[in-house]
Design a protein around this ligand. Structure first.
Ligand code: KG4
Ligand code: ZN
Length: 340
């Protein structure tokens, strides 16, 4: 069965053809990142305008690259949320048009759940159900208990910034650019994680909070540069700025975030007595995070799963894959059952 996936939840316009829920025949991603860079984050109006201009071409490329034609497609899966409203609207309208004109079923896919499904693509060692899933992306940080892809329960979520958002904001503070995750990762490689940063505690142990650590980095940098810091903190006026310490700040911030993610994931596994942890989302591409998770989670007898690095970021293969899985369970077929 050939499924066309379409994903336009944020700045990407992505289309993919996946066979039988696992075999990726094509995976096209066109990003409007270069238009957002100068604003230090994604501008929704620019994103949706670019998606409107590129979606037909990107989909066409995905179908050609897969070596099939539109009439071979049996199902369309499209990200239906969460995401930027204007961007989602472009993808959903386009997918609906294909579905109506070709008379093939259409299925709406939850973006976070598709990040989890990325672990099931392309012949990898797919986890068996049930499992705990950690989704760490630019817009979300959540722990889920996954009994099946239509039985997902949230166990914890961020109370403020998302994990990827914290990477992006700290990168901005350090003057590194956008998106911040890969830039922080690169700098952290040559840094010493000796600065004591930590993520704030949360009332519910499986929730997350990243805005405090971001502010701690900001104040640390301000102390180094001599800029005023609120709450009467003392200034260590270092006129040469913080450049000499950028690597250490990046490494220390990254270490604190990874430790928090590991501790909360382990707690979720313990609470449900589950020995499988599945990670997904853009931040899951971070090499240090992967290394530490494999090491520290597996040490506790829990098997850890990550998607291929190129499938961590937003893509449409994960949408097509999950579309197939839900379609096989009878979801949205003839509009009788709705997945979410
Ligand atoms: O999943 P994704 O592509 O988009 C959303 O659904 O949000 O995630 C994008 C986020 C950005 O915040 C980006 O900085 C972060 O993932 N990211 C990383 C890395 N690569 C991307 N964070 C840490 N380390 C990385 N290597
Ligand atoms: Zn995403």
């Amino acid at each position: 069965m050939y499924v066309l996936g379409i994903e336009t939840s944020c700045d990407e316009t992505a289309a993919s053809v996946v066979k039988d829920g696992r075999i990726i025949l094509s995976n096209e991603v066109s990003s409007s990142l270069r238009f957002h860079k100068r604003y230090g984050g994604v501008v929704p109006e620019i994103a949706s305008r670019q998606q409107l201009e590129t979606i037909a071409e990107v989909t066409d490329c995905a179908i050609k690259e897969a070596g099939v034609s539109l009439k071979d497609i049996n199902l369309v899966g499209v990200t239906s949320g969460p995401g930027l409203l204007g961007s989602l609207l472009v993808g959903i309208s386009f997918a609906k048009a294909i579905s109506l004109s070709r008379r093939i079923p259409l299925i709406g896919i939850n973006h976070l759940y598709s990040h989890i499904y990325a672990n099931f693509l392309d012949g990898g060692d797919a986890p068996s159900l049930p499992f705990i899933a950690l989704v760490v992306s630019g817009g979300h940080t959540s722990l889920f208990y996954v009994e099946d892809f239509d039985k997902i329960k949230i166990m914890g979520t961020t109370l403020d910034d998302a994990c990827g958002e914290a990477f992006d904001k700290v990168a901005k503070i350090l003057g590194l650019g956008y998106p911040g995750g890969p830039l922080i990762e690169r700098l952290a490689k040559s840094g010493n994680p000796k600065i004591k940063f930590s993520c704030s505690n949360t009332e519910k142990p499986l929730d997350f909070s990243f805005s405090g650590i971001k502010t701690a980095v900001l104040y640390y940098v301000r102390q180094l540069t001599g800029e005023p810091v609120p709450n009467g903190l003392t200034h260590r006026c270092v006129t040469s700025g913080f450049q000499g310490q950028t690597n250490d700040i990046a490494a220390s911030f990254q270490k604190a975030v990874i430790n928090t993610l590991i501790n909360k994931s382990l707690l979720a596994c313990r609470m449900k007595n589950i020995k499988r942890l599945v990670v997904g989302g853009g931040v899951a591409a971070n090499g240090k995070l992967r290394e530490k998770f494999y090491q520290q989670i597996q040490e506790k007898g829990i098997k850890c799963y990550f998607p291929l690095r190129q499938l961590c970021m937003d893509n449409a293969a994960m949408v097509a894959g999950l579309g197939y899985r839900l379609f096989k369970k009878g979801y949205n077929l003839k509009g009788e059952k709705d997945a979410y």
